[in-house]
Write a protein that binds this ligand. Sequence first.
Ligand code: PHE
Length: 530
Amino acid sequence: MAEPLQQLVLTTLDVQGSIPDTRTLVLPGQTLPAASNDDQIAILGALNSLLSREMITYETREVISHVLTPEGAQIANEGSHEARVWSVLPEKGKGTPVSPVQLKKFVGDETAKVGQGRAFKNGWIGKDGDGLVKLVAEISDATKNDMQEIASTGTLKTGEKILADLRKRKLIVQRKIQWFTVNKGSNFSTSTVKPETDLTVDMLTSGTWKTSTFKKYNFEAEGIPTNGGALHPLLKVREEIRDIFLEMGFAEMPTSSFVESGFWCFDALFVPQQHPAREMQDTFYLSDPQRALPPQPEYYKKVSTVHEHGGFGSTGYRAPWSHEESSKLLLRTHTTASSAHMLYKLAAKCRGEVIEGDEQELTHGAKDTTNLDGKGDDGFRPAKLFSIDRVFRNEAMDATHLAEFHQVEGVVADRGLTLADLIGFMRVFFKKMGIENVRFKPAYNPYTEPSLEIFAFHPMLNKWVEVGNSGMFRPEMLEPMGFPKDVHVHGWGLSLERPTMIRYGINNIRTLVGHKVSIDHIENSAAVMF
Ligand code: PHE
């Protein structure tokens, strides 16, 4: 279509000198002038192509036009409702008056209802006994005439008032029609030979470059969007949070082990073996292999003893210990399993073990400046650790829950830490994330005492929402690892998804994670700064 259309424009310009109104063009293969918007859009394509070669110039014009609705079209063909009512009635004294029931049969319910009223008002019909009759022998059906005029010209000579009335009666609708005025351009010619886009060796050697027309550079062209990779919003927010931890002096924990044992995910954290979170409906267990390798025997013994019989000032759970429960392999339900591994490692020197290399990595070389009890070096080094990685829970999926998500977790180990330290840390941490308004609520975790839930005021939802969970790790967890009594460890965790959803205004997790994620959305989500 494109080429013949361009040819048509050029030939018409050649013959007429100009095209004042492109709606008068009869497009190739058609018999009527190009009155529709679609036709004009096709013409616009041809005009732009000719314009880029400066063969023409054009101006865009716009008119508001009207088209008939299906009801309007029926009136244009069959007359107005009132005229149809009038036409089926006998003249007064010349036949049997038509009863209202009969009238409905003749013209249909709708026309009988609307038409009667108007015909009465116009003085066209009247009552004769119980029936209806014509009062005049001839009528002029103005509505029908108006509709016919609009159908052919798009408007009414009589003016806007009647048009407005017809629009209100839903007989016509407004439509914007675009059309163009076309004139010859500086390179006008009737030939649509495509201009050259490249200067080739052949042209240079043969000399044809001298006579060729070249396509102009279009410096306004937008160019093809580049096909680079784009970071998923979760990764962007992960990066931001990682930066916050790093600038606060935290070291990142290795968290690549998605599979953990019941021992590390729960027992080491003093989560009772009967805890509901450990049940099948909450935790994914592995079927092959089912069992983990045994942990270090001495530590294992200490953990099982503190559960079963107590110790370190605790009465324990005093429930029988199940080795089977402890050795089950599972998908970790929280990254606190990794924190437990790391804390165990951090306490190695306190247990009198020699560790190579790891200490520096865990502690950033921090000095134990608070060991003032005069008993000498007990091997403890303070540490601030964090992780951001994936966890798994056997959850019913809905708009805000998936069976896997990411946890952000921070752990601080030092002598004499208090709850005030934890709260202070939380305030700084969340402030750096842009959350200034935080509140703490007492909560319960099997592995922390006291425990605090963290709430932040959500200005969009206009309410306090839970943003994290935290607490001071229990002695039943820390002391079997070998930490000295005065070493306290506090920790907190939050999901990565929640702040990301808030940040990007996403309210369904499935538009953030999974097969329904729109790549456009990923590519176009700007990086955010807390
Ligand atoms: N593990 C907790 C959770 O899954 C978060 C947490 C981490 C709480 C560390 C206290 C200390 O919600």
